[in-house]
Design a protein around this ligand. Structure first.
Ligand code: NAI
Length: 248
């Protein structure tokens, strides 16, 4: 018996990075997981490499695709116990130089996406008294130069988490968020050149000084696994900062 035995789980953006690590750890902890991503080839590869129960892809910004993918996931799994809203994108730009199109795009993926997925999944989650874990960021609790719109989307996701938790309390559905610091994924690889140009400090030195080391996707997955498990049955409406002391 492991902590997620037989839990039926849908993870968005799980072809790579933190989402993949969450799916992998959940499977190791006994869950059955459906992989979902906008990158269909990578999703298929990941699902077969980690032994997922299936694949149900969508672009999280598209309501019809999200509804169809979650319905397909519920079909594959025979119900749903856990939704992890992990899909997200970054934009690196001084806030007031960012184009309106780019601002709308990051909101569509990071805020509209989790909203659509929560709406699509809530029926099956109410049936199972399941739970939702939203992947926010320390950028949602503190400001960071170059990440203005990203910070705003991740703060919005914390608020969606809180309100959904309060509204869903009578149903038994729990809703929580995690707020990682810098973790070792392609997203951070893409950010490094802009951060180094802006601070004139090697990124490795910045990380060593501020958070000891880069987080690993597994560091994040461990806490998500706990929050999704029955061991966290009294935890709802919370957001957990996982950042090696970056914001301490
Ligand atoms: P990543 O860029 O390595 O992976 C993101 C995954 O989401 C990719 O597989 C991508 O194809 C998928 N995706 C992107 N847009 C999508 C869309 N419209 N619909 C469906 N899937 C889509 O990113 P990473 O680092 O694994 O990030 C995962 C989550 O963790 C994101 O929400 C990110 O904001 C958050 N996060 C990451 C941190 C980090 O340091 N890497 C720190 C704090 C939060």
């Amino acid at each position: 018996m492991t902590e997620l035995n037989d839990k039926r789980v849908f993870v968005t953006g799980s072809a790579s990075g933190i989402g993949r690590a969450i799916a992998e750890l959940f499977i190791a902890n006994g869950a059955r997981v459906v992989i979902s991503d906008i990158n269909e080839d990578a999703a298929t590869t990941t699902a077969s490499e980690i032994g997922a129960a299936g694949v149900a892809n969508c672009d999280v910004t598209d309501e019809a695709q999200v509804q169809a993918a979650i319905a397909q996931g519920v079909e594959i799994l025979g119900g749903l116990d856990v939704l992890v809203n992990n899909a997200g994108i970054e934009v690196s730009s001084p806030l007031l130089e960012q184009s309106t199109e780019s601002f709308d795009k990051i909101y569509a993926v990071n805020v509209r996406g989790p909203f659509l997925a929560m709406k699509a999944a809530i029926g099956p989650l109410i049936e199972s008294k399941g739970n939702i874990v939203n992947i926010s960021s320390v950028a949602g609790v503190g400001g960071s130069p170059l990440l203005g719109s990203y910070c705003a989307t991740k703060a919005a996701l914390i608020q969606l988490t809180r309100v959904a938790a309060v509204e869903m309390r009578p149903t038994g559905v729990r809703v929580n968020a995690v707020c990682p610091g810098f973790a070792d994924t392609k997203m951070v690889d893409r950010l490094i050149p802009d951060f180094e140009a802006a601070t004139e400090v090697p990124f490795g030195d910045l990380i060593a000084a501020k958070q000891g080391r880069l987080g690993t996707p597994q560091d994040i997955a461990e806490v998500v696994s706990f929050l999704a498990s029955d061991r966290a049955s009294w935890i709802t409406g919370s957001h957990y900062i996982l950042d090696g002391g970056l914001t301490a």
